[in-house]
Design a binder for this molecule. Sequence first.
Ligand SMILES: *[C@@H]1O[C@H](CO)[C@@H](O)[C@H](O)[C@H]1NC(C)=O
Ligand SMILES: *[C@@H]1O[C@H](CO)[C@@H](O)[C@H](O)[C@H]1NC(C)=O
Ligand SMILES: *[C@@H]1O[C@H](CO)[C@@H](O)[C@H](O)[C@H]1NC(C)=O
Ligand SMILES: *[C@@H]1O[C@H](CO)[C@@H](O)[C@H](O)[C@H]1NC(C)=O
Ligand SMILES: *[C@@H]1O[C@H](CO)[C@@H](O)[C@H](O)[C@H]1NC(C)=O
Length: 732
Amino acid sequence: MRRKISTSRWLIPFLFVSYIFLFRTPEQAPAEAEQSQLPAQLPSPQLTFNFSSLVLEIGKAHFVERGSLTAILPVTQASLLALPDTLSPFLGPSSCVSKVLVVCPESLLLRSRAAVRQVFRSAPENVNHPDVSLHPWGGDGSPTVVALQVAAHASTKWLLILDDTGLNGLSDRTRDMLLCPVAVELPTGPRGVVGAPGNRSCAPPSPEALPALYLLPPFTLPSTLIQNVHEDWFNFGRSISQARKDRLGGVIRGYGDPDANWRNSVCPNRLSTTTSPRGGTKIPTPFVGDRSGGLFIFLLPNIDDLHLALQLLCRLYETGHSIKILLYANSRPASGVWETSSSCPLQYDAIVDQRTELGIHDWLGRMEREPDIIFAVSELATRSVTNEHSIVVRIPPEDLRHAHWMGSLSLTEWKNWNVPRIDISIITQDRPQSLARLLSSLSQGRFFGDSLSLRLNMEQSSDLETIRMVGAYQWGHGAVFTHRRVIHGGLLPAVVESWYPHSNDSYGLLLEDDVELSPLFYAWIKMGILRYRYGEGRSPAAQLFGISLYQQKNIELHPEGRKAFDPRRLFAKNNVPDPSTPYLSQIPCSWGAVYFPEHWREFHDYLAARLSESTMEIERIVVPDVRSNNWTKSWKKYFIEMVYLRGYVMLYPNYAEFVSLSTNHLEVGSHVKERPKEKQEVFRLPLMELSESRQLLDLPGGGLPGWETLPVLNLTGCMSSLEEIIRAGEGN
Ligand SMILES: *[C@@H]1O[C@H](CO)[C@@H](O)[C@H](O)[C@H]1NC(C)=O
Ligand SMILES: *[C@@H]1O[C@H](CO)[C@@H](O)[C@H](O)[C@H]1NC(C)=O
Ligand SMILES: *[C@@H]1O[C@H](CO)[C@@H](O)[C@H](O)[C@H]1NC(C)=O
Ligand SMILES: *[C@@H]1O[C@H](CO)[C@@H](O)[C@H](O)[C@H]1NC(C)=O
Ligand SMILES: *[C@@H]1O[C@H](CO)[C@@H](O)[C@H](O)[C@H]1NC(C)=O
């Protein structure tokens, strides 16, 4: 049903407002106006007065009821053209606004009406639109006075006071907060003035509630707080604060608004040039928003799935993103708020399990803007997604309960979700039991909807059982390729030739058959690649050559021999702020690690040149004092040389108790001739279990740290730095 704007609906307020203007005695306001020029006369606000109890109160507050909010929107000559856009958020599905009072100068009445009609013509149908009515006024007098006069006669319990820019320039999260606020007995909004009398400043929007002297629009408040008309927002805020013991004029709250520089545009002039006693001019420091909120759509079958995704959703919500949830296989259509905790109230809509595709399509069509990310657990749900710019992330339903780690990804990382491709390359010869163990652990792996190609490389001397096993393996996540050598090559060509990158987004996970994997190994790889290759915190100089699944517990490269190694103890001793941090080490890992495309190509070139002896004899020692110089026929020996010369590093996990994403069983093979039990135990590590998927985020601050904060170790496991290791290599 399309709602019409009937003449009668706006005529009554018109008459009413005209009445105010014709008959109001002009002397009413000026007495207050004079005082407003004298900020020094303010009573000292005791803003320290138990603000924490107020914050608690806000945390516990419920949302206002749907339909209990009236928005007051002034229109000016300057804002008229944008009026249709300014109005559209109020018509969206997530708004609690039942009435919009558009306040316009009489001279703009006809054009305003046309603009409002236009909005309704293009608005989606079958949504409960608010009533929009026009309130013309004489055109003189302050817009603040008019807005307050109109507000004073609104019939709903709650008000949303706007300036002529409406909700433009605010983040989705701040918009949602204003369109459906929590019931707090104070003006609440993103823009406010803080400080002591004589030294006031416009505060940046803050996700934590912040006490304010007074607020500037947009803000919400209970309609009971509007009792008198005031000349400006300063006086209005003062009237509120004087009635309170805590002297609060409002609460500032906002979430990563793109318009964080509002203080340069809207902030009242007399604040931005607060004069200090010495007469200097204080220039407000621009607020640099450190969050950029995205719009995330979650398409989930029902409330149980919502429950499984809870930690992921709350993490995204708490980092300032907007989240819209549609349950598409519900037993009945509904919309509700699922309050899990005061800090993470989730709103959702629900449709029934018929005509699902169409229902999802319609629901998506009602979004005010293109979502950044559309998250789903079935192909059905994303079939009707036609948005060109949204990134679709689809994971299998059974992986949802293990997806907490995805909550630590930044918006940029989410947007790159579908970019990296990981190829798995297994190198095997004649250890069928080992291969069976590796393949079985690979089958238990969780791949979060990604497709990975699998390469099984057999040596010429592979036994029949190995060949049979390779032929029988079922891989459900992508293409399988099998290879077998005709001339025995040994481990060096077997590993080095097993994989070559196809593009700069192609990554090789190299696995010898005595390795076993944690079911969560892929989450660790993907989290690391997204952060350090595609995220804002990526390594700028491409010094990172790979990601190890294996935790180091020994350092083998000491000239004197193997030494036990405990990164947490080392970091604690060296005053690393959080010893549980993952770290960078120059040592390449061969017991489960991903290698990056540029570095692997470079290694091929280096190895070809090195083995040809064109520039140096093969016995030449490149890295001083490391044990690998005594290794023969080892690809790692040469990789260590390249890493040393170029100052490259690999990322290593550092979970408690050496919990690892891969382990090694040190079985008889090319390099291991005998296997005493004790020696095996030295290298075997506990694998992170599937039921412990939360453990992936046992990281400083609950996520992978920024590139610059990662500790760096050199080839012998000593604390170093990225600059130092480059310098060490350049000396050669
Ligand atoms: C402030 O309020 C909190 C919570 O109600 C209470 O625990 C605290 O003691 C109060 N502090 C003061 C100074 O009144
Ligand atoms: C003004 O307030 C700021 C913080 O809001 C404070 O750092 C500064 O010292 C104050 N200046 C004066 C003159 O009181
Ligand atoms: C891949 O990366 C290398 C090294 O950074 C660069 O030289 C090359 O142009 C890149 N290739 C593509 C296709 O982007
Ligand atoms: C390593 O090689 C050097 C020189 O070739 C030799 O002197 C040394 O004994 C060897 N070390 C081991 C542990 O084999
Ligand atoms: C690692 O650093 C330590 C201490 O600075 C130094 O003694 C050692 O030679 C370095 N190792 C290598 C291989 O550069």
